[in-house]
Design a protein around this ligand. Structure first.
Ligand SMILES: C[S@@+](CC[C@H](N)C(=O)[O-])C[C@H]1O[C@@H](n2cnc3c(N)ncnc32)[C@H](O)[C@@H]1O
Length: 229
């Protein structure tokens, strides 16, 4: 049975430690401005979501503390980005970084990414990044994984032809799961031709907090890149 819409794909924690006053202040000041309002229909021109003159739109799902997202928005100031993270403490980390170094090419959403995906118009994204999604290593929980046929259909709907879906994980069973799911999906191609294509980090990769822990604990990340046909 499909879960109710409000909880379809979010199984994680929303709250961790109480926010420090500076973090709580940054959230109160910045989040209302940055957060997308899905009660309104998506604008016909998505670039109007951003103050910066942008061209192109990328999405990062489950950005954690936002290490990659903050870095990437700085590397590509002319590209619009949407970041999704329901974990309050992760969002607080990102907005604290934005107080130091603001980005006019970034908007965020703080709930289940499937809602945002369903809000976006078809063929509106140039890329989706899903880095270290919650691994759900026990077989009985695999159905909770963000990568599943319904979410790959969502990705296929919102990605432009030729756009990239990037997936990184340190959990072998999840890497194989994603390779199998994308191979079965008629809209995705995996372009890897040599081991470096999945063992080497993406160009300009800054690492993430979760990745550091995985490497410290001796797990080897895989960096997959799929192309929307
Ligand atoms: C293991 S953490 C990795 C965070 C970050 N990408 C990193 O590499 O450090 C997975 C993140 O995905 C988020 N997440 C889980 N389900 C989600 C959903 N349905 N929509 C958006 N984010 C989700 C969690 O809140 C969590 O912060």
């Amino acid at each position: 049975m499909r879960r109710t819409r409000s909880t379809e794909a979010f199984f994680g924690r929303r709250h961790g430690k109480t926010l420090r006053p500076a973090q709580a202040g940054a959230v109160a000041r910045l989040l209302p401005e940055l957060k997308l309002d899905l009660a309104q229909p998506a604008p016909a021109d998505l670039q109007t979501l951003f103050e910066a003159g942008t061209d192109g739109l990328r999405l990062e799902i489950g950005f954690g503390g936002g290490e990659h997202l903050h870095h990437e928005t700085g590397r590509f100031p002319r590209t619009g980005f949407i970041g999704v993270e329901p974990f309050v403490n992760g969002m607080a980390k990102l907005v604290s970084a934005l107080e130091q170094e603001p980005r006019s090419n970034l908007r965020v959403y703080d709930d289940d990414a499937t809602r945002l995906l369903d809000w976006l118009p078809p063929a509106s994204l140039d890329g989706i990044d899903l880095f270290y999604p919650d691994p759900w290593p026990k077989k009985k929980h695999w159905k909770r994984r963000f990568v599943n046929p319904a979410n790959l259909d969502r990705f296929a709907r919102v990605l432009k032809s030729g756009a990239l879906f990037r997936f990184a994980s340190d959990i072998d069973t999840y890497v194989n799961w994603t390779l199998t799911a994308c191979r079965r999906h008629e809209d995705f191609d995996w372009k890897a031709s040599s081991p470096g294509d999945w063992r080497d980090a993406y160009e300009g990769w800054p690492g993430t907090r979760y990745e550091k822990k995985a490497i410290r604990e001796g797990r080897q990340p895989a960096y997959l890149t799929f192309v929307r046909r």
